[in-house]
Design a binder for this molecule. Structure first.
Ligand SMILES: NC(=O)c1ccc[n+]([C@@H]2O[C@H](COP(=O)([O-])OP(=O)(O)OC[C@H]3O[C@@H](n4cnc5c(N)ncnc54)[C@H](OP(=O)(O)O)[C@@H]3O)[C@@H](O)[C@H]2O)c1
Length: 337
């Protein structure tokens, strides 16, 4: 039961060994924080759960600081400013920021935070199509993948928050598109909703044969969200000089050491392949260009976007874990206020 006079939040109770479990998190209450100089108080309305958050639970090397035991679990969110000691935040502003899994947060002016333009659509789109998902799809496909009309683009987790947009942007560029997905329902969604030319279920025993059949001339661009066996299959099916945009490797995030990699990496040499990974949040400076172009496609109704919504702060751990079982159809979000 939520209480509007306290801050209900999700803290890390124990470090997961492999796939996280609900028991690794605890629901706690604390006093609502008071904004000091240069801070604003935000009532969090929406939370995003993202695959990269798994890395913040590990003790080993991280590209940003991890979550300590007892700390609030990290997450991006959208909220409404209810009190402000900042000149760039007014009461009533709807803002994006790294607020964590909690009902109330302080906006302390981190470089990623921004006030949202209400004309850009529902606020939660800033956690999906007009946020990190859309931006990863746009940057990874266009900057790294360099797709050309007539080329074949393969997308793993092809109906996910990032993948569904990659497939549609590639289509807008005149490419033939193929999705790799986790269920028959997602195969249908890939073709009927997102306009893929073909979709292949990752659990099918003839996965590799289906990929060869769907891309008889081979793959020109592979957008990877999954890694492991998907990456190995894509390396086998790649045409000479194909480009691989490595966005995520979700199949490997919870694997126990030693984590097996693709066995055919030597093909990178013989086929003259280019593989490039990226962390989209290293490119905040390009946010303006992204919002302009992808925002225009979105406003013109050229891109389909779906979300799976869990209700209430207590559901956040389950929503997060659901990413690793494919429970989401589109962007996984948690609705709070
Ligand atoms: N580099 C960056 O800056 C950046 C930014 C955002 C996201 N990412 C990464 O991009 C990827 C996609 O993120 P997203 O937010 O769009 O998530 P998402 O695709 O909406 O959700 C995750 C999907 O991954 C698939 N999956 C989960 N476990 C899997 C497994 N063991 N093997 C194969 N597929 C599995 C499931 O789809 P199916 O049911 O279809 O298999 C699941 O629905 C993630 O790896 C994420 O970490 C990277």
């Amino acid at each position: 039961m939520s209480d509007e006079h306290v801050n209900t939040r999700i803290v890390l109770k124990s470090r997961p060994n492999g796939l996280p479990a609900i028991a690794d998190f605890a629901v706690e209450t604390a006093a609502i924080p008071q904004p000091g100089p240069g801070e604003a108080l935000v009532e969090v309305m929406w939370l995003s759960v993202d695959g990269f958050m798994i890395a913040r639970l590990r003790v080993e090397e991280n590209y940003t600081a991890g979550v300590a035991i007892g700390d609030v679990m990290q997450a991006y969110g959208i909220g409404r400013v209810t009190a402000s000691n900042r000149i760039d935040r007014a009461i009533g502003d709807i803002v994006f920021g790294a607020f964590g899994m909690q009902q109330w947060a302080l906006d302390q002016g981190s470089p990623v935070g921004r006030v949202l333009d209400p004309a850009m659509g529902p606020p939660q789109s800033a956690l999906g199509i007009l946020g990190i998902s859309g931006w990863s799809a746009y940057f990874g496909l266009l900057d790294i993948g360099q797709p050309k009309a007539g080329e074949t683009v393969v997308v793993s987790a092809g109906t996910g928050a990032v993948g569904a947009l990659v497939g549609q942007i590639a289509k807008l560029h005149g490419c033939r598109t193929i999705a790799l997905v986790g269920s028959e329902k997602k195969v249908r969604q890939a073709i009927d909703l997102y306009g893929y030319d073909a979709a292949i279920g990752r659990h099918d025993s003839d996965f590799d044969a289906q990929l060869k059949c769907a891309a008889p001339q081979g793959i020109d661009v592979y957008f990877d969200n999954v890694g492991g066996g998907h990456l190995e299959a894509a390396l086998n099916a790649a045409r000479p000089y194909a480009r691989f945009a490595i966005c995520g490797m979700i199949s490997m995030y919870n694997a126990e050491a030693p984590v097996p990699g693709p066995a055919n990496m030597a093909l990178i040499i013989g086929k003259n392949l280019r593989l490039e990974g990226f962390i989209v949040s290293n490119h905040w400076d390009m946010m303006g260009d992204f919002l302009k172009e992808l925002g225009a496609w979105h406003a013109q109704g050229q891109l389909k976007w779906r979300q799976t919504v869990r209700e209430g702060i207590a559901s956040a751990p389950d929503a997060f874990i659901g990413l690793f079982t494919g429970a989401n159809m589109g962007k996984m979000l948690v609705k709070l206020a």
